[in-house]
Write a new protein. Structure first.
Length: 180
């Protein structure tokens, strides 16, 4: 599998992936608190594509028309409110840091290592792009995501309020991975 920037025709597929993941979360446990039609949506995917920050994990294929999207992530340089309170490992400008947002894999792939593969591909891409550090926030009760990031070398950097308390999501754990 490879991680690459999304193509315009893939925006709808990413939005469908968001909806599929939300359906899965609602049928199980909705750790991140996502809601269909509210967040994340096709508008989010479209905006991210327009900014050049929407990435897809696809099965490597000789025919790019046959690529199947297995996951998606948004990578940008914009920290959330509260990131200034983090005890970060690397003191560098945010132009050298990717903030990870909306990392998803197809529900059929959950538990099969696809999210680990996505993170490994992200590490390679970050290294090739000269990125020094990867940072993210995770809602404090999202145990599966926290375990995923810790398993893949991310280090805890603090718990902060990123401004979502009004919708019932008050505390977020910050994580960072330094890219060698």
């Amino acid at each position: 599998m490879i991680l690459r920037k999304a193509k315009e025709h893939e925006v709808r597929a990413v939005a469908k992936l968001y909806d599929d993941v939300i359906d899965f979360l609602e049928a199980n446990k909705n750790y991140p608190g996502w809601r269909k039609g509210i967040y994340p949506t096709i508008a989010d995917a479209s905006a991210d594509f327009s900014k050049g920050t929407l990435y897809v994990l696809v099965e490597d294929s000789n025919d790019s028309d046959d690529e199947i999207i297995q996951g998606s992530v948004v990578l940008n340089h914009l920290p959330e409110k509260g990131y200034d309170q983090g005890k970060w490992l690397k003191d560098v400008d945010y132009s050298d840091i990717w903030i990870i947002r909306r990392l998803v894999v197809t529900p059929a792939s959950i538990g099969r290592g696809v999210a680990d593969t996505l993170l490994k591909e992200m590490d390679l891409l970050a290294k090739n792009e000269g990125i020094k550090s990867l940072r993210l926030d995770v809602y404090e009760i999202n145990a599966p995501a926290i375990a995923l990031y810790e398993r893949n070398g991310y280090r805890y950097a603090g718990t902060v309020d990123i401004g979502l308390a009004m919708i019932g999501l008050e505390w977020f754990k910050l994580f960072e991975k330094v890219i060698p």
